[in-house]
Design a protein around this ligand. Structure first.
Ligand SMILES: NC(=O)c1ccc[n+]([C@@H]2O[C@H](COP(=O)([O-])OP(=O)(O)OC[C@H]3O[C@@H](n4cnc5c(N)ncnc54)[C@H](OP(=O)(O)O)[C@@H]3O)[C@@H](O)[C@H]2O)c1
Length: 267
């Protein structure tokens, strides 16, 4: 890496910062595309978010990714928030447009990109498990691509509220999976994160279809193994992280991102 006075500074604001693979992905893409930029991880405590945004302005940071716990709180500190980020209710990317800091969201493109490795989405019946922040981005993405969506959650009232807000067809409790055929199933609950648990009874899974687990640690979750045993094509949540970064890079540079380079850098 050759850093000069012209080198652009980009990065990610999150807390804690130790585990993020975003610098590896973005810096690998800059190298592959000969973009004169460097991407760093900034550990930003919640109380310092306003200062961090002011720092982005003052230092001329060109593209800032935003991760937990700042994705919702940052909306209040930006000059503009685009329609997509407003609908999802979260910003994962800040870009400079002239002097303005503009928030957008590419998490939905992460889910769509991961699923589209295996299937087209238009007119497909999709079920989304969970009704938290990740579910909002996934439901938005599935609807944007023309899929029919049903949201199932441990707390069904939250699923109903999300479905009404984002135009999903229906909602209910997790046990309803047993009675609902699907082409595409996406887990956005945190069940399986760092454990070998599944959010659903394996006997409630359908045959075949495409199953994506937003949980990416471990890479092959219990849900993905159960689904594979029933003939599903499965997609790891790691691809969601890769494709949301791909969309961030493309939004900033206008160039086509090197997906395989970024996936390899993710590790
Ligand atoms: N791959 C990616 O790119 C990516 C990106 C973002 C997040 N994620 C992962 O997605 C997951 C969810 O993140 P989030 O930010 O959306 O979290 P969140 O807003 O806290 O939502 C958590 C969801 O999990 C459900 N849940 C929690 N414990 C449960 C249990 N024991 N049984 C059944 N349901 C349970 C909650 O149901 P209730 O409503 O009933 O509480 C809620 O629907 C995390 O594992 C995160 O690592 C992946």
């Amino acid at each position: 890496m050759h850093i000069t006075a012209e080198t652009a500074l980009c990065g990610i604001a999150l807390h804690p910062a130790g585990h993020t693979r975003s610098p590896a992905m973005h810096n690998a893409a800059y190298a592959a595309l000969s973009i004169d930029a460097v991407y760093l991880a900034f550990d930003v405590r919640p109380a310092e978010l306003a200062d961090a945004v002011a720092g982005m302005r003052g230092l001329g940071i060109r593209q800032l990714s935003v991760s937990l716990p700042h994705k919702e709180a940052i909306l209040a500190h930006l000059d503009e928030v685009d329609e997509t980020a407003r609908r999802i209710g979260a910003v994962n990317t800040v870009l400079r447009r002239g002097d303005a800091l503009v928030g957008t969201n590419t998490d939905w493109l992460g889910a769509v990109g991961a699923l589209e490795r295996e299937t087209r989405l238009e007119d497909r019946q999709a079920i989304v498990l969970g009704a938290g922040g990740t579910a909002r981005a996934v439901v938005y993405g599935l609807r944007a691509r023309g899929a029919r969506v049903h949201v199932l959650n441990r707390t069904p009232e939250k699923a109903r509220a999300l479905a009404d807000d984002l135009g999903a067809e229906g909602a209910g409790g997790l046990e309803e999976l047993a009675d609902r055929p699907y082409d595409v199933l996406v887990n956005t609950t945190s069940v399986g994160l760092g454990s070998d648990a599944s959010p659903v009874d394996p006997d409630h899974l359908g045959r075949g279809g495409v199953v994506l687990d937003a949980v990416y640690e471990p890479e092959r979750t219990r849900l993905l193994r159960d689904a594979e045993a029933r003939g599903a094509r499965v997609v790891s949540g790691r691809w969601m992280l890769v494709y949301q970064a791909v969309a961030q890079l493309e939004a900033w540079t206008g160039q086509t991102a090197p997906v395989e380079v970024m996936a390899k850098a993710f590790g």
